[in-house]
Design a protein around this ligand. Structure first.
Ligand code: NAD
Length: 298
C-alpha cells in the first residue's frame, strides 16, 4: 500500500498530478526548488517539504517530474538526494522526459538501496495531467509496473509496459520526434499553399481528408484561426513549448548517435526548433513553427 507518497517537481505537469493523487485520497509530501510551488500545494492539502530528504523519508513511492537529465540525476544522486533517504521496498518512478540512459544509470543504484526504479514518462500534456488522463510509458520489470499501476491510474488512464529500463523513454522520445517533424511538415505545407493563394480552411480540409492527414494537421493545426481552442489561435500561448520539443529532439539526437539509427528528419527538426528558441520563441507552443516560416517567406 502507498500510505505516503513523495513528489518532487511541481511545475506545469507535477502540480496537477499531485492534485489528482490527493483527489483519490493519497497523502502526498511535496518538494520543489521554487518555494511558491510548495506552499501552493500545501494550501491545497499536501504536506509541504523544505528538502528532498523530507519528501522522500518514509515514502512508499517517490515520483519525480523534473525538467531534464541533470535535474533528475542530481536530485537522485547528490548529498541529501533521493537515493540517500529512500526506504527499503519503496518504488521510485521518474516521469520526466529524459535520456533513457538516466533510467539505466539510476535503476541499479536504486536496487542497491533495496528500492525499485521505473522510468514512466507521460504523454497527454498539461491537459491530460489536469484531467487525470495521462498515458504512462513504463520501462523496468513488468511485475514492478503491476504493483504501481493503481497509483499511476490516479493520474492517468493508461499504463503501458514498454520493456526493460529506458524503454518507456525510448517510446516517449520516438513519439515526440515524430510530433516535432510532423508539426514542421504541416507548417510547411500550409504556408506553401497559403502563399500560393489557397484559402487556409479549404486547404486544411483537403489535408485532413487526404494522405497528409496527421494529429498536427487535424487536432493542432498551426495556422491561427483554423481550430479556435488550440494555442495557434491564441498567439501560440501555453501548449507544448519550443524549448521542450528542442530538448526532446536533442535526446533523440543523442540516442540516434549511440544506436547508429539515422534520423535525418529528426536532426533537421532539432536544428529548426533550436533556431526558433534562439529567436526568443522558446516559450511559445511548437506550432509557432508556422509563423516562423511565414515570416521567413518573401
Ligand atoms: P516545468 O518546468 O513546468 O516544471 C519542472 C519543475 O521542476 C519546476 O517547478 C522546477 O522548479 C522544478 N525543479 C527544477 N529543478 C529541481 C530540483 N533540483 N529539485 C526540485 N525541483 C526542481 O516542466 P513541466 O512542463 O512540468 O515538465 C516536466 C517534465 O515533463 C519535462 O521533462 C517535460 O519534458 C515532461 N513533459 C512535459 C509535458 C508538458 O506538456 N508540459 C508533457 C509531457 C512530458
Amino acid at each position: 500500500s502507498f500510505s505516503k507518497i513523495g513528489f518532487i517537481g511541481l511545475g506545469n505537469m507535477g502540480k496537477p498530478m499531485v492534485q489528482n493523487l490527493m483527489k483519490k485520497g493519497h497523502k502526498v509530501s511535496v518538494y520543489d526548488v521554487k518555494e511558491e510551488c510548495v506552499t501552493d500545494l500545501a494550501k491545497a492539502g499536501a504536506t509541504g517539504c523544505s528538502s528532498v530528504a523530507e519528501a522522500v523519508d518514509g515514502s512508499d513511492a517517490v515520483i519525480t517530474m523534473l525538467p531534464a537529465n541533470k535535474h533528475v540525476l542530481e536530485t537522485y544522486t547528490r548529498k541529501g538526494g533521493i537515493l540517500e533517504s529512500v526506504k527499503k521496498g519503496a518504488f521510485l518512478i521518474d516521469s520526466s522526459t529524459v535520456d533513457p540512459s538516466v533510467s539505466q544509470t539510476l535503476a541499479p543504484l536504486a536496487k542497491e538501496k533495496g528500492a525499485t526504479y521505473l522510468d514512466g514518462p507521460v504523454s497527454g500534456g498539461t491537459i491530460g495531467a489536469e484531467a487525470g488522463t495521462l498515458t504512462f510509458m513504463i520501462g523496468g520489470e513488468e511485475t514492478d509496473m503491476t504493483k504501481v499501476e493503481p497509483l499511476l491510474l490516479c493520474m492517468g488512464s493508461r499504463v503501458v509496459y514498454c520493456g526493460k529500463h529506458g524503454m518507456g523513454l525510448v517510446a516517449k522520445i520516438a513519439n515526440n520526434m515524430l510530433l516535432g517533424i510532423s508539426m514542421l511538415g504541416v507548417a510547411e505545407a500550409m504556408n506553401l499553399g497559403i502563399k500560393l493563394g489557397m484559402d487556409p480552411k479549404t486547404l486544411m480540409g483537403i489535408l485532413n481528408t487526404s494522405t497528409g492527414r496527421c494529429w498536427s494537421s487535424e487536432m493542432y493545426n498551426p495556422v491561427p484561426g483554423m481550430i479556435p481552442t488550440v494555442p495557434s489561435s491564441n498567439n501560440y500561448k501555453g501548449g507544448f513549448g519550443v524549448a521542450l520539443i528542442a530538448k526532446d529532439l536533442g535526446i533523440a539526437q543523442n540516442v540516434a548517435i549511440q544506436s547508429g539509427a539515422p534520423i535525418p528528419m529528426g536532426s533537421q527538426a532539432h536544428q529548426l526548433y533550436k533556431i526558433m528558441e534562439l529567436k526568443n520563441l522558446g516559450d511559445k507552443d511548437l506550432a509557432v513553427a508556422y509563423q516562423y516560416l511565414q515570416k521567413q517567406s518573401s
